[in-house]
Design a binder for this molecule. Structure first.
Ligand SMILES: CSC[C@@H](O)[C@@H](O)C(=O)COP(=O)(O)O
Length: 352
């Protein structure tokens, strides 16, 4: 029998168990529930790059554990001179994916601790910090769930895009955390989950996750949202974010921008739920955020079968930027910002 920690459940997507890092393999869900074990930083970076684990906060939490694995690895091999190997691993982890700021945020937090450590064995302190980053993310999501749910006058149906749930975070979820809290409060009827081409985070992951939680969910093709909003009954679009610029522009899964335009046209409110670890004040506006381009094959194939002509390429940017003026509210664990501006974001980030 599998140990309890390794039960495949959305809230169990990243597990530190018996000194090993287990990741619920999101490439295989929902058809197959299996864990991938990472034993060093290179394997952890590969798991992030290949999207065994994905979603901004989840990438950050995973990278923090990757630093623990790195230090353990190099310290065991060379107790007197482990730092150069770890510095190299930090670069490998940072290169895994470019857009989600949570990756760099978590690596920076681990690096700050590394710089302070002078004890004989650095591993225990780093593990405590990684576990803290993980725990804090879950707590932030639960706080955002309550704050976001309080904004919803229900009962209403909502649309979500991509997967911003427990699978994409340390647990509970950002956008889906709000959904969970709103559903528990009787404010939410049904979630329409955009399938989210090309990787299908919506139809594979969000649908699985909500179904596991007993929340009514219907999958729709990405191009259905306009007619659904026109029909009525959708109160909110609720999404997560990979990086929020200083002016409140929101970078999230490709297609989010289009949804925001549609929402404004139809009088549907647009909510972004993201922890403060997703806010990057060093980037002035969304246009400055690096947007990841993934392989053309993700677009030209479906379920492993090529659907486009062999000779044709594909444009596959996997994130887009929603201008701040289309965002009605950003929900963070520190509080809610309506109609985000640079001043409001700076004030929120200055709070401790
Ligand atoms: C809580 S997650 C918010 C975002 O990370 C999520 O919406 C998203 O865009 C994930 O993209 P992915 O490419 O699957 O890592």
């Amino acid at each position: 029998m599998k140990p309890h920690a390794l039960v495949a459940h959305p809230d169990n997507a990243i597990v530190w168990h018996e000194d090993q890092l287990f990741l619920l393999d999101q490439r295989a869900l929902p058809a197959e529930t299996r864990f991938v074990v990472c034993e060093n930083a290179a394997e952890t970076a590969r798991a992030i790059k290949d999207m065994v684990v994905r979603g901004a906060p989840a990438i950050g939490v995973t990278a923090a554990y990757g630093v623990v694995l790195s230090v353990r690895d190099h310290f065991q091999r060379s107790p007197a001179d482990w730092r150069p190997g770890v510095d190299q691993d930090l670069k490998v982890l940072a290169a895994a994916r470019p857009t989600a700021i949570n990756l760099f945020w978590a690596l920076e937090r681990m690096r700050e601790l590394l710089d302070q450590l002078d004890q004989l064995d650095p591993v225990p302190a780093l593990l405590i910090e990684a576990l803290r980053i993980h725990r804090e993310d879950v707590a932030a999501n639960q706080a955002m769930g309550d704050l976001g749910a309080a904004l919803i006058e229900g009962p209403t149906d909502v649309i979500t895009h991509c997967n911003a749930g427990a699978l994409a975070t340390g647990g509970y979820g950002t956008a889906l955390g709000v959904v969970r809290s709103a559903y528990a409060a009787g404010k939410l009827g049904r979630v329409y989950a955009d399938e989210t081409r090309p990787w299908l985070q919506g139809s594979r992951l969000t649908a699985w996750e909500l179904d596991q939680s007993g929340i009514p969910v219907t999958v729709q093709a990405d191009n259905v949202a306009a007619s659904l909003m026109a029909r009525g009954g959708i109160g909110w679009v609720i999404v997560g974010s990979d990086r929020i610029a200083a002016n409140g522009d929101v970078c999230n899964k490709i297609g989010t921008y289009g949804l925001a335009v549609l929402a404004r046209y139809h009088g549907v409110r647009f909510m972004v739920a993201a922890p403060t670890s997703t806010i990057d004040l060093s980037v002035a506006r969304g246009a400055d955020i690096p947007i990841e381009e993934r392989a053309a094959d993700e677009v030209l194939s479906c379920g492993g079968t090529r659907v486009g002509p062999e000779a044709v390429g594909a444009h596959n940017p996997v994130f887009d930027v929603t201008p701040a003026e289309l965002v009605d509210v950003i929900v963070t664990e520190r509080g809610v910002i309506e109609q985000p501006t640079a001043e409001k974001l700076a004030a929120l980030m200055a709070q401790r």
